[in-house]
Design a protein around this ligand. Sequence first.
Ligand SMILES: CC(=O)N[C@H]1[C@@H](O[C@@H]2[C@H](O)[C@H](OP(=O)(O)O)[C@@H](O)[C@H](O)[C@H]2O)O[C@H](CO)[C@@H](O)[C@@H]1O
Ligand SMILES: O=c1ccn([C@@H]2O[C@H](COP(=O)(O)OP(=O)(O)O)[C@@H](O)[C@H]2O)c(=O)[nH]1
Length: 429
Amino acid sequence: MKFQQKRIAFISEHASPLANIGGVDTGGQNVYVAQLAKHLAHIGYLVDVFTRRESTEIEEVVNWSPGVRIIHVNAGPAEVIIKEEILQYMDEFKNNMINFMINRQLHYSLVHANFFMSAWVAMGIKKELDIPFVVTFHALGHVRRIHQAEKDKFPEERLTIEEEAVQQANHIIAECPQDMDDLINYYNAPKNKITIIPCGFSATEFYPIDKECARKIAGLPQSEHLILQLGRMVPRKGVDNVIQALAKVKPTGKPIKLVIVGGECEELEEETCPEYARLIDIVRQHHVENQVIFTGRKNRDQLKYYYAAADVFITTPWYEPFGITPLEAMACGTPVIGSNVGGIKYSVADGETGVLVPAHDPDALGEKITWLLNNEEVRNEFSHNAIERVNTHFTWAEVAHHVNQLYRCTQPVAKESIALLSNSKIQAA
Ligand SMILES: CC(=O)N[C@H]1[C@@H](O[C@@H]2[C@H](O)[C@H](OP(=O)(O)O)[C@@H](O)[C@H](O)[C@H]2O)O[C@H](CO)[C@@H](O)[C@@H]1O
Ligand SMILES: O=c1ccn([C@@H]2O[C@H](COP(=O)(O)OP(=O)(O)O)[C@@H](O)[C@H]2O)c(=O)[nH]1
């Protein structure tokens, strides 16, 4: 069948493919937008990723990779703003995005919104230009509120915007069955509008590497048991739970080190990194100072060495709409102990590629760490299964294939949209 090249607009207001990954607000969504855009371009789409301008230094349009451009939209001050304070600028974002389309006579057949604020922009664009939109929420306000209560600083409006977006969207991508259930239970989302498409990993970025080599390159000890925690350093990721569990692990015949990768900067300091200060305090309280290595944030090309160096990868967040890090660990052949929540209970096959434990339960986690470290044979079996599982089900190429199928079923844009564009009241503004 002949494939017609289509131009699509991604919106990802706070998460740009160009950002340094691993900061408080730069995680899986950035990776998702970057990888999905690249892989859709590979299939034949032209993808423009609209993101908020965070610096005056950067060009409006950056040709990022073949078929993918990053468009920096003026919305509020051209500086980094925490995502909880961005909503007030989204009207400006929408108007400037539409003006960009008018000025360059760009015709997008579809908008793919990422996160609720982008969904708000997509709703406005649909209303004014009749362009259909697909949404991936990445995280849901109701779920965040349940877990974070008063610490959740997003405005109340987030929930109504998400509720409206669920109704207005032409289609919704849930990242795992739990995400779909949450959309139905908290937002009354029509089931026939939801398709589960997971996140992925890139096999050119993450693959098995000989442990000895990996440890050498990462500068990690050779003759010890290594357990790894890697991700954004924010309380909901449960890094404190892993430190507490470490103190409960029974002897395994070798010294054990916990390597913690992530954080706002490469050099973590208690004065400037409050979450690091909180975690180091827990390390001291549990007297495991000589067992914990904080590496700080690492560039993506380094991550595979840490994953491959570890005997076990651990991730015990309170909740997780998907969770890309377990995929990356499994792709490097490292068994995962993950909390039995969200996307982790979907991607990690319990008893085959790793084990699931309850969140907030250092005793259960400590027991499973002891068990896995004492069982090399099981680790090898999990490792083998993990590599096979992720390469079969969770590559970005596979994800893009499913997203492409979904786009092709999504209502095509009305022919008049360019005419509507020229008459738009926004143009006159
Ligand atoms: C914890 C969480 O929701 N992780 C998702 C999500 O990632 C990030 C999330 O949306 C962050 O918001 P929050 O402060 O509520 O945690 C955003 O700031 C980050 O930009 C997101 O990266 O999306 C990932 C990809 O879909 C998903 O794997 C992860 O579970
Ligand atoms: O120092 C770091 C910490 C994390 N990551 C990446 O950030 C993403 C985190 O995505 P995930 O879905 O696991 O969680 P989120 O941060 O989105 O909640 C993964 O691709 C990690 O490899 C990174 O590149 N450097």
